[in-house]
Write a protein that binds this ligand. Structure first.
Ligand SMILES: [Zn+2]
Length: 453
């Protein structure tokens, strides 16, 4: 295996030692046994590849001898969590242990029962690791009762299976950068669909199939036309031919997602209905992100098979949200961000779509998923390293006792991630007062931590 320059792939930086190559294959090969020393070797290689901000090197595998057809791995860092390898499907399939790829080895002795034993120690909900997994496996429908809630769906904190489509939607939105907003972006005209197109163009599912060929964003595209395109594409083996439609809907009613255009209403009617994310299941507070699977039924007719919907803050800034209550909180947070910017503090807002890690020195990591996080740096003299601060925001909508109980159990974990501030949202006359108090509290806390007050 060789580390090659990302910006100049003909240039070999260095060859991996036999120990390093074996460690990578054990670490990322499905079913392989990882040795204790492997972890350190793999982490060191990943650090060479990704300096924390940019990918510098790719790893080219020598399991295929033909030059030009060698499979490659790149490195990725998400906001939270360690560096990890990502398969680059456009460069060909591995003929080594990496043909069956996993991002990280399963932790030993961590069955689902163990994972739920203590709060915050469940198996964390993570993004879909590999773009190829956006596609259903052939014959999977029969093997998976319920179809859309198979083993790749992930497990919620209470052990419930989460819809697989939700995990795909959240992965797409996080990777295309919709779950993060820097204060300067508040003044920009967001062109969400251009951002999605650029993202999809850079992702591959196979050497001959790009994500942008199966993921599309125009709900008025005729279904038949779309499926005829899909039928004509070189398709990965053992995968169902299908497309994914992703868009922000103006309205959802009676199992139908609606996009309003100058030509009238464009209607997306999934055969198996629309599931909703978050706690607000009534879907009466648009807009919504909608992700729908497009495929053929048994008779070969093109159809919308199923869909998943998630609150979006607005068309201009479609930050995905879990409830209408969060929309109230987010509006105030945008105001706070603009206000503290006048005092020189630049805040980045994060909407965690997956679990966030809280490392402990004396035990396994704990996991939680706050509603929002705000990060910013101290305002310091030139040349002084500015400290990074984090404020964790929780929206307490008085809607669902089940939800509130779960929140209170993870509060202790959230407090270890940052200063925790809660915002109560209820449909009563006192809301304006609560909103003003929340605004002042968050703004004062940020200015204080940043060293302005
Ligand atoms: Zn290989």
């Amino acid at each position: 295996m060789e580390l090659i320059e990302r910006d100049c792939p003909d240039t070999v930086r260095r060859h991996l030692s036999a120990e390093e190559a074996a460690a990578v294959r054990r670490f990322c090969g499905e079913g392989q046994q990882v040795r204790p020393e492997d972890v350190r070797l793999v982490e060191a290689v990943l650090e060479e590849m990704h300096d924390g901000r940019h990918v510098r090197l790719w790893l080219e595998c020598d399991c295929v001898s033909a030059a030009g057809g060698r499979p490659r791995l790149t490195a990725r860092v998400r906001e939270d969590g360690p560096r990890h390898f990502v398969r680059m499907h456009q460069y060909g399939e591995h003929h080594c242990a990496l043909a069956s790829f996993r991002q990280t080895p399963e932790p030993e002795n961590a069955g689902p029962e163990d994972g739920c034993a203590r709060r915050g120690q469940h198996n964390p909900l993570r993004p879909v690791a590999d773009a190829l997994d956006y596609l259903d496996n052939l014959n999977e429908g029969a093997a998976r009762p319920g179809g859309s809630t198979g083993s790749e769906g992930g497990v919620s904190e209470r052990g419930r299976r989460l819809p697989r489509l939700r995990r795909i939607l959240h992965t797409l939105l996080e990777d295309a950068d919709f779950a993060r907003l820097h204060v300067d972006a508040l003044n920009e005209n967001s062109r969400s669909w251009e951002r999605l197109e650029a993202y999809a163009a850079g992702q591959a599912l196979s050497p001959r199939l790009c994500l942008s060929q199966m993921l599309y964003f125009r709900p008025w595209t005729p279904l038949n036309e779309k499926m005829m395109e899909i039928d004509a594409l070189p398709w990965p083996e053992r995968k169902v031919r299908s497309a994914l439609l992703l868009f922000v809907a103006d309205e959802i009613r009676a199992g139908v997602a609606i996009k309003k255009t100058s030509m009238g209403e464009c209607v997306v009617r999934p055969e198996k209905g629309i599931r909703a994310g978050g706690r607000d299941q009534r879907l009466t507070q648009p807009p919504y992100w909608v992700l729908s699977v497009v495929d053929r039924d048994r008779d070969g007719n093109a159809r919308f098979r199923e869909a998943f919907a998630q609150h979006a803050y607005s068309f201009a800034r479609p930050v995905p949200l879990d409830s209408r209550y969060e929309r109230v909180t987010l509006k105030l947070l945008f105001g706070v961000m603009a206000w503290v910017k006048k005092h020189g503090v630049e805040v980045t807002l994060w909407k965690p779509l997956f679990d966030r890690e809280v490392r402990q020195t004396d035990g396994p990591s704990l996991w939680c998923r706050p509603d929002f996080e705000l990060t910013f740096r101290s305002v310091t003299a030139v040349g002084v390293a500015a400290r990074l601060h984090r404020v964790v925001i929780e929206t307490m909508g008085a809607d669902d006792p089940d939800y509130l109980e779960r929140k209170s159990r993870t509060q202790e974990i959230m407090k270890r991630r940052g200063i925790l501030i809660e915002h109560c949202v209820a449909d009563d006359a006192d809301q304006k007062e609560r909103d003003d108090a929340f605004f002042r509290r968050v703004a004062a806390k940020i200015l204080h931590l940043a060293g302005v007050l």
